[in-house]
Design a protein around this ligand. Structure first.
Ligand code: RB5
Length: 143
């Protein structure tokens, strides 16, 4: 199950992503927002982060205008690794190396064509499981 969340700056792109996931029959849960009315991105970052940490969802996709505020918020949660990506190379690398569990994007940064390819790359790339990457992820979590 994929958790989706956005603010007004990411609403249109989230709608494109919903359609794309529907076409591929990939299940998702949409944690809002539900319109282009101005709202606050931390609300949705927190909902998605909590859904992942509780085990309700396996991965998340968060979108705000830049992807910055929403990823900063999500990354405050221990165990969340939200990666802000604007290209497929980064989306692949963050799965392979960081085992990122949230993809963040800027709805005002990437167009829908590229964004959907980034989504596919992120969702279809497994964590490498390499010892050095496991060690580094453990270091992220330790004080
Ligand atoms: C909203 O205008 C904008 O600040 C927000 O979507 C995001 O870009 C914040 O980081």
């Amino acid at each position: 199950m994929i958790a989706l969340g956005c603010d007004h700056g990411g609403y249109e792109l989230k709608q494109e992503i919903r359609k794309h996931l529907d076409e591929q029959k990939i299940p998702y849960k949409d944690f809002g927002c539900d319109s282009m009315e101005s709202t606050d991105y931390p609300i949705y970052a927190k909902r998605v982060a909590k859904a992942i940490l509780s085990g309700e969802c396996e991965k998340g996709i968060l979108i705000c205008g830049t992807g910055i505020g929403i990823s900063i918020t999500a990354n405050k949660f221990k165990g969340i690794r939200a990666a802000l990506c604007s290209d497929c190379f980064s989306a692949e690398a963050t799965r392979l190396h960081n085992d990122a569990n949230i993809l963040a994007m800027g709805g005002r940064v990437v167009g829908p064509g590229l964004a959907l390819k980034i989504v596919d790359t992120f969702l279809n790339t497994p964590f490498s499981g390499d010892e050095r990457h496991i060690r580094r992820i453990e270091q992220i979590e330790s004080e």
